[in-house]
Design a binder for this molecule. Structure first.
Ligand SMILES: NC(=O)c1ccc[n+]([C@@H]2O[C@H](COP(=O)([O-])OP(=O)(O)OC[C@H]3O[C@@H](n4cnc5c(N)ncnc54)[C@H](O)[C@@H]3O)[C@@H](O)[C@H]2O)c1
Length: 672
């Protein structure tokens, strides 16, 4: 960026809401726009929504803006205040380019802008980063004000953000977080999906998803890593020790936002991935982006190609343009053995295009959604039953099937599909967290740790990759048998990360690591910053982690003591992180599985090479991981019990309450 552009950018940030009313902007349908939201407010409530929006602006503008905002509400179901979107290019710049009085505030600005970068964000005009509704702010006034506050902030002030609304800068201390974020926190009884529609339309809350509203999104890289870990470990469950996944089939569906990572993950895990995608555009886009190797739209051709890939023990990913149910059924008939099966269609949203029925065209389905929603619903439900039957036939032959947190089993069961276990309460098949991520990763403390090189230099990212690999190799030499495999997987991941070309937006890297790994890597980064080898680094993690998220059907689905419907862990985590040195903290209602279904939180921490940063990283990362391990251990999870005892041996000041196990006999004798 040239000097003049940089000066204008800085001035624009410092100004916040402009002093002169900017001209109205023409609506461009070219951009990837958020779907029009429900018209849910009464006339009085619509007035209230406009009144709420106008409080960001001086009285002289109210006449003009009131008409415009009422029109936005009518056209889009929300007031985004489009005309206030700044004209500079939104992207993660170098930390040195932000107008800030403290470096921590500049780091947060960089992360905010990354989440709104059009190359990263799903609907950038509507301030949505991912997941259709994962908002960074509710409207452009909130963005402008928050950035202005950050530019004015000193090292002993804290900005409080209420679902995107900057309530203000409050005096605090140097060790306090610079920003406290809450998103969608509701009185529990007001947490139904329509409550989000209503209160978001009023402009008083937002759905922050996980890393959207907490400024910690790093593009598709995060999903690729998590999916790779899942596919790799799923193969380990079904193959003999040392047996290679080459030529073995992973059958799944979906080449959309997150699901599009499956073929790339399958390639990294060394298998044959067959991924059905009903939307030819989505499949072609993923193929052009290099995320899937081959594109096939004919079933006979697919069968022949897959048989060849099996015979030649290939590593290849194949997109089939068509319905997933056809693939399951045809592969059964043609006796193609599937080692792993899953599904990542958007069944959290079954009635408006998340899942397409079999035997009708994509276009006809879209017509039914708009014109005959009841007929569409019936077709989805009968397809789900067929889908479940086909999966059952394969699992009877030995296929390992798991739910990928997309509500496949839930919706199949609601449709009357044969997916319930004999007890009538559980499903026949596990979720990916119950069987894989929970016991193999989260319970040991391994989770999606990440960092961003705030200099914006790719050389810094290369150096941090090398530092992380060196630290992990050293730790692995002394690691117990139980976690050797995880350590090796993460070393392989970080060594191959650059060649897998995963960076989109900021210079970021994800790496599954446990508490010891995260702390030692962070300390090594801080030393390298202190030595002048690299610039400042922002640490963080996905909320989808050991301790940050209470979600009974996903992150905490492998908690069996009845507490998976509680949210104490996530709340303790955010409070605990906030006074141990996080630069910013966040806590959200909703994320992944839906509003009201999950409470999740995260943090960001700037490493600047100082002794204070070293003190903070040691204190906060230890708690951030071990809080969840302690809870998982109290829930009698064996792996977590092992991990927390190990941590207590290493950390004398850590004293965790351990569960006494009860013999079944004692309970079986009881009469109630
Ligand atoms: N990847 C992860 O780590 C992860 C974790 C938890 C949950 N999920 C869940 O996975 C789901 C998918 O997420 P996404 O962002 O990719 O959604 P998306 O809507 O962008 O993609 C889903 C794709 O499935 C396709 N599809 C729908 N019905 C189909 C059918 N019958 N046959 C073939 N293709 C079909 C759609 O055309 C679409 O492209 C969501 O429910 C999400 O919550 C993913």
């Amino acid at each position: 960026m040239n000097f003049q552009d940089l000066t204008l950018f800085k001035e624009s940030i410092k100004q916040g809401i402009p002093s002169v009313l900017p001209p109205a902007k023409p609506y461009s349908a070219d951009a990837n726009r958020a779907p029009k939201r429900k018209d849910i407010l009464s006339v009085d409530e619509k007035q209230l929504a406009v009144r709420n929006a106008l409080r960001y602006f001086p009285k002289e503008w109210h006449q003009e803006l009131a008409i415009e905002f009422a029109q936005e509400l009518k056209d889009f179901g929300r007031i985004y205040m489009y005309r206030f979107k700044p004209s500079y290019h939104m992207k993660a710049r170098s930390i040195a380019d932000y107008p800030a009085k403290c470096e921590q505030a500049a780091a947060i600005m960089l992360m905010v802008e990354n989440n709104l970068d059009p190359a990263v964000a799903q609907h950038p005009e509507e301030l949505i980063t991912y997941g259709g509704n994962g908002a960074v702010f509710q409207n452009w006034a909130q963005y402008l004000l928050a950035m202005k506050y950050l530019s004015e902030m000193e090292g002993d002030q804290t900005l409080h953000l209420y679902s995107g609304h900057p309530m203000g800068l409050f005096p605090s201390s140097e060790d306090a977080p610079r920003v406290v974020v809450t998103n969608g926190m509701m009185i529990p009884n007001y947490s139904q999906p329509d409550d989000w529609e209503k209160f978001n339309a009023l402009g008083v809350t937002q759905y922050g998803q996980m890393t959207a509203g907490s400024f910690m999104y790093i593009g598709p890289q995060g999903i690729v890593h998590g999916t790779t870990i899942t596919v790799m470990n799923a193969f380990r469950k079904v193959l003999a020790a040392g047996e290679s996944p080459q030529g073995k089939i992973f059958l799944t569906a979906g080449l959309g936002g997150m699901s599009g990572a499956q073929p790339k993950a399958g390639n990294i895990a060394n298998c044959v991935t067959v991924c059905a995608e009903i939307n030819a555009n989505a499949a072609t886009k993923r193929h052009q982006q290099g995320w899937v190797d081959e594109l096939i739209d004919n079933m006979d051709e697919l069968v022949a190609r897959v048989k060849a890939a099996q015979a030649n023990k290939e590593v290849v990913s194949i997109a089939y343009i068509g319905n997933i149910v056809d693939v399951w059924e045809n592969f059964y008939e043609k006796e193609i053995y599937i080692h792993l099966g899953s599904d990542q269609t958007s069944l959290h949203n079954p009635w408006s295009g998340g899942y397409y029925p079999v035997d009708i065209s994509y276009e006809e389905s879209n017509r039914l959604i708009r014109e005959e929603p009841d007929v569409f619903k019936e077709k989805v439900q009968s397809t789900l039953k067929r889908h479940a039957d086909a999966v059952n036939k394969h699992t009877a032959r030995g296929t390992y099937f798991f739910d990928y947190g997309n509500a496949f089993l839930l919706e199949a069961s609601r449709a009357g599909g044969d997916v319930m276990a004999e007890n009538g309460i559980d499903f026949k098949y596990p979720s990916y967290v119950q069987d894989i991520l929970g016991p193999m990763c989260f319970d040991y403390g391994f989770g999606p740790f990440r960092w961003v090189c705030a200099s914006g230099k790719s050389e810094d990212l290369d150096k941090t990759d090398a530092i992380a690999a060196k630290v992990l190799k050293k730790i692995m030499q002394e690691s117990p048998e139980e976690i050797q495999q995880q350590m090796q997987d993460n070393i392989t991941w970080i060594e191959d990360a650059k060649q897998n070309k995963l960076v989109v937006g900021s210079q970021a890297r994800i790496l599954y690591a446990d508490a010891q790994g995260r702390m030692e890597i962070a300390k090594a980064f801080n030393d390298a910053i202190n030595n002048g080898d690299i610039g400042p680094v922002v640490l963080g993690r996905d909320h989808h982690d050991v301790s940050g998220t209470d979600s009974p059907f996903r992150e905490t689905s492998n908690i069996y003591d009845g507490s998976r419907f509680t949210a104490d862990m996530a709340i303790h985590n955010v409070i605990g992180d906030s006074f141990r040195g996080a630069t910013w903290v966040s806590i959200h209602n909703g994320g992944g599985v839906g509003w009201g279904e999950v409470v999740n939180g995260g943090f960001g921490m700037l490493l600047d090479g100082s002794a204070a940063a070293e003190r903070r990283l040691k204190s906060m990362l230890l708690f951030d991981v071990n809080n969840g391990i302690a809870r998982r251990s109290w829930a009698r999870n064996e792996e977590a019990n092992f991990a927390i005892k190990r941590e207590m041996a290493r950390t004398p000041k850590l004293k965790v309450t351990l569960a006494n196990l009860v013999e079944d006999d004692v309970l079986n004798k009881l009469s109630f």
